[in-house]
Design a protein. Sequence first.
Lengths: 162, 538
Amino acid sequence: MKKIYSVLVENRSGVLCKVAGLFSRRCYNIDSLAVGETDDPSVSCMTIVSSGDQRTVEQIEKQLNKKLDVIKVKTFDETASISRELMLMKVKYNKGNRRDIMEICEIMRADIVDMSKKTMIIQICDVPEKIQLFIGMMQSISIVEVARTGTLALPKCLESDQ
Amino acid sequence: MLGADAIVKCLEAEGVTYVFGYPGVAICPFYNSILDSEIKTILIRTEQNAAHAASGLARVTGRAGVCAVTSGPGATNVITGIATAFADSIPLVCITGQVDSSLLGSDVFQEADITGAVESFVKYSYLVKDAEEIPRIFKEAFYIANSGRKGPVLIDVPIDVQNAVVTRFRYPQEVNLRTYKPTVKGHTVQIRKVVKELSKAKRPIICAGGGVLLSDAEKELRAFAEKHRIPVVSTMMGIGVMPTRHPMYYGMVGNNGHPYANRAMNESDLLIMVGARVADRAVSQPDLITENKVLVHIDVDPAEIGKNVGPAIPLVGDAKHIIQDFLEEEFTCDHDAWIDVLNGYRSTMGRVRKPNPAYVDPAELIRMLSERMEDDAVYVADVGQNQIWSCNYHIVKNGRFLTTGGMGTMGYSIPAALGVKLADRDRQVVAVCGDGSFQMSMMELATMRQFDVPVKIIVLKNNYLGMVREYQHYTYRDNYSVVDLAGSPDLEKLAAAYDMKFMRLATMERAKETIDAFLQNDEAVLLECLIDPMDLVK
């Protein structure tokens, strides 16, 4: 079972280590992790994607809540959330495949954001599955390196939202 | 005022009476400031025992124990003591000295990243970077240690922060932490649900853990069990929630517990676990305690509920508050038939031992000892076979039974007993250990002598690490590996070296007289009891 945890924490040094340490100590998976400041500079938001059985996903939430640097934990399914990941990919290209690459980028809504005579950097921002699909599409072309942000997510807007 | 003075003022504001510790350069400003205070300092002989002594004190006073050690090895040595307190949910505030903050991270002499190292054994930790923050941090630390699910808090204070000038000292009245608001009151709806189940139940039982003692709820639990005639069993950490001979108490559960206690728990139709973790030694098969019964789990830590077993009725809150709420609810029930069944189990399912007459029988010795101990005496059991015999045969009257059930740290009993005795000098305090666990803490005989702390110590001597030997007996068919304690000191000479009274008991003959003489007078005595090396707890 996959769960997304949106964890609001005190924006202090050492907090990332404490939260990551909790996952390793209790043998919980981290599929991805993204951290950044929120609109309140004293608060950071950690978006953690994890998986496990029902008891594990409940325990993760309880154990996170137990940490004294954790302000709030929101847990949601992928279906109840809007999730995005940003990836930058550097690829080698040549005259023969340049058009193919541009075509794939167009279909996948990726942008070429930097270029040299032999390499280019492609940026794509989409749901994690699409990013995975894009990597698959590009594997026949020579990928030099890849950087991904990890999943960011917020629960979907509801009419009942305040 | 310096940072170090501010720390001492904070401890005074918290009503701290003793600080256990071991100085080194990085904590010297603090130890210099404390000279001007009424707070007494106890030089323990190794840092681990500073935390154990603070734990003993905390467990009988109900307030956080305090220890203060230096940076580097001082701090790393105290980790086992902190981890022990963490596993048993004992409130501690541990102050560690640290190298100059401008040198942090550069691996200078006696630098250790202690806040990083203890992360998984503390409830919370601080690295103080600004001396002006000392009052707030200490106020928070004591509050965190002593509230909700209690536990150790570590405060790491670099030496320059201890030496910095504090311009304004104001100890906060209140703590305001947006991330920490423990639930104390139980949810009314859940309490009603439990009461409804209780009025329906034919075979209810309460399993009380250390949480009941930590929330000081023994009186309430006793009153509740008596009012509705509900049988009570306990975990190891819960021993003492009721006097052992209370008619409604049916002993300790678990793989080292009484068979009748386990049977009582398994045959119940309503099981109320309160302040107990459902850990492996108490409940080896968590699935069994939900089979054919309604499980209610009461704990102040929501993460404990559902961690090992999914209860039908979870109830988060402080044991004392919740049991008080139960007491206010009126309902009728009749458990006479169930109690008759349990009384039958208790009288027929006792353990049968075949003691070797050539030695002291630890079971009989402990029984005799506890009968002769004062009504409110404190019995501190160490870890090993001595612990299991103590759990099974010690008779708690209106005193306390202390041991480490969570971490099972050998050497706990002597320093913990020392902390207990300092906290309450009028109380009789007996530490019972094996010859293995004794040797892990025997350096504290010096502390007892130096500060005149008359703890009575019994060493059950079998020249083996008995618990491991027993395991190797069953698991490796008597292929003993690294359990022989040959080379142990002559305890009579050792006692003489520390100018301590010594007694020896070789068989059960004259046991009564020896125990009487051992307990007589408020003086430190070391009683060596020779027990059968091949004796088993099971």
